[in-house]
Design a protein around this ligand. Structure first.
Ligand code: GSH
Length: 254
């Protein structure tokens, strides 16, 4: 493990504390760096600047937008000790496992396929609340980023953010589906020893992803919101108990 920081971590800025982001994608890599104890410095990037920052770093787009254009995303990470710059959470964590072998392995080789498959099952469950999430997230951004967010999300939903936000019965339906879908994920874990991997794993990529998704919802909805309280009180506060294990990694520096 290095003692001085050679890693620059590019995270998405939002008005949140103690970590100034709401992004589940960047949070999971931040948790990985903190869990591994790898020193790093953060560069905070506003949403509208992500593409320009990624192009400057020379990191690849991680997908395509609806209009077919390359989609640049954060997190991204640059490691001065190896000269490597890369994007995409899974790729970054796989790189950290290899480049810092004395730190806990989050994507053991024999579990990569299974973990990536599990991650694929988590994404649609999370995205089911996205119109509600996107409407609540806007308040966490600077005025310029708010304008950008409204414009890009309206293009994504085919209507303005406020119109896309589920309300009343529709909101209740969306939240109930979220609780049931994530409840199923919880049951998968409960069938084993309460985690996704074996006892000797302190955590895995999938667990950090799940913790990051839940914390992102807590930040965006607000700790005292009706929505978060519903998630937090589910099944004798099972998600709160799960999150308490990862609380120590929800911080800025390693
Ligand atoms: N596959 C990427 C996806 C990352 C991602 O979707 N990041 C979002 C923030 S949570 C982003 O950068 N969005 C840019 C945009 O919406 O323009 C990963 O897992 O790291």
């Amino acid at each position: 493990m290095t003692t001085t920081s050679t890693i620059t971590f590019y995270d998405i800025y939002a008005n949140a504390e103690p970590v100034a982001t709401m992004s589940p994608s960047t949070l999971r890599v931040r948790y990985a760096l903190n869990l591994k104890g790898i020193p790093f410095t953060t560069v905070w990037v506003e949403f509208p600047d992500i593409e320009q920052v990624c192009k400057k770093l020379g990191v690849a787009p991680t997908g395509k937008s609806r209009d077919g254009k390359p989609r640049y995303t954060l997190p991204a990470l640059q490691d001065a000790s190896t000269g490597i710059a890369l994007s995409d959470g899974a790729e970054i964590i796989e790189y950290l496992d290899k480049a810092y072998p004395s730190t806990p392995t989050l994507l053991p080789r024999e579990t990569i396929a299974l973990q990536l498959a599990t991650y694929s099952a988590l994404v649609p469950r999370f995205l089911a609340v996205y119109p509600l999430y996107a409407a609540r997230a806007v308040r966490l951004f600077s005025p310029e980023t708010q304008r950008w967010w409204r414009e890009t999300r309206a293009a994504m939903f085919g209507k303005p953010l406020e119109e896309a936000e589920p309300k009343g019965e529709e909101k209740a339906r969306v939240m109930n589906k979220f609780i049931a879908d994530f409840g199923e994920v919880y049951q998968w874990m409960s069938r084993g020893d309460g985690s996704f991997l074996t006892d000797d794993q302190t955590a895995s990529f999938v667990e950090l992803t799940l913790a990051a998704m839940l914390n992102s919802l807590k930040i965006v909805f607000g700790e005292d919101s009706e929505e978060w309280l519903k998630i937090a009180s589910w099944n004798n506060a099972s998600w709160l108990q799960f999150l308490s294990k990862y609380e120590q990694y929800h911080r800025v520096a390693a």
